[in-house]
Design a protein around this ligand. Structure first.
Ligand code: AMP
Length: 219
């Protein structure tokens, strides 16, 4: 199953990707996670990406395309993958098509999650992550037992630098301008399915699985 999850920041792509990963036994490829790890490790790529990320802007296409091209060739992607946060521009989508064709692979589906802007802002401003184990929380919707402390490992809960309101608004504008054209792009390619991302996590998951089940039956 070769999948793309498309949608604005906060639409639930990461959450759904993790559920799909468990279900299908294929990896989630999150360019955001890969870039954040590079920033944390202080690699040359991380140093280059950091200023764009802090500003809520997109990292240049050639950087992220290079990451994904390399990642797709790794062994654990041979039965499929879930792209989360990539592609984000039309040139990235074109580069992905080229990379997949050179590997003799095809996309099976592109799932687009739609969520109202004010809900996105509320979801993103409340998002917290454990600095030690990476577990995710939300101050309102999924709070830890003790404020600021991870239930699982006792680690400190941090807010992503780019999850502050001003940067979030910028990231949402970037999505509208540069990423949302991909909805028409993949609709035209006959690959798009739109899911209401305002529903509960479980209902969204059910809708995605129902669609993917139909796709599998068709093939
Ligand atoms: P995310 O975790 O997907 O919200 O990504 C966090 C940040 O990483 C984005 O705001 C961008 O600065 C950068 N980033 C992640 N994926 C991409 C991509 N496909 N193209 C360009 N920049 C990206």
């Amino acid at each position: 199953m070769n999948l793309i999850l498309l949608g604005p920041p906060g639409a639930g792509k990461g959450t759904q990707a993790k559920m799909l990963m468990d279900r299908y036994g294929i990896p989630q490829i999150s360019t955001g996670d890969i870039l954040r790890a590079a920033v944390k490790d202080g690699t040359p790529m991380g140093l280059k990406a950091k200023s764009y990320m802090d500003a809520g802007a997109l990292v240049p296409d050639e950087v992220v395309v290079g990451i994904v091209r390399e990642r797709l060739q790794q062994d654990d992607c041979k039965d499929g993958f879930i792209l989360d946060g990539f592609p984000r521009t039309v040139p990235q989508a074109d580069a992905l098509a080229e990379a997949l064709s050179s590997l003799g692979r095809l996309l099976d589906a592109v799932v687009s999650l739609a969520v109202d802007v004010e809900v996105l802002v509320e979801r993103l401003t409340g998002r917290r992550t454990c600095r030690d184990c990476g577990r995710g929380y939300h101050v309102k919707f999924a709070p830890p037992k003790v404020s600021g402390v991870c239930d699982a490992c006792g680690g400190e809960l941090l807010q992503r630098d780019d999850d502050r309101e001003e940067t979030i608004r910028r990231r949402l504008n970037v999505y509208d301008e540069q990423t949302s054209p991909l909805i028409a792009y993949y609709r035209q390619a006959g690959l798009l399915t739109e899911v209401d991302g305002m529903l509960s996590m479980d209902a969204v998951q059910e809708a995605i699985l129902a669609h993917l089940g139909k796709e599998q039956a068709r093939r």
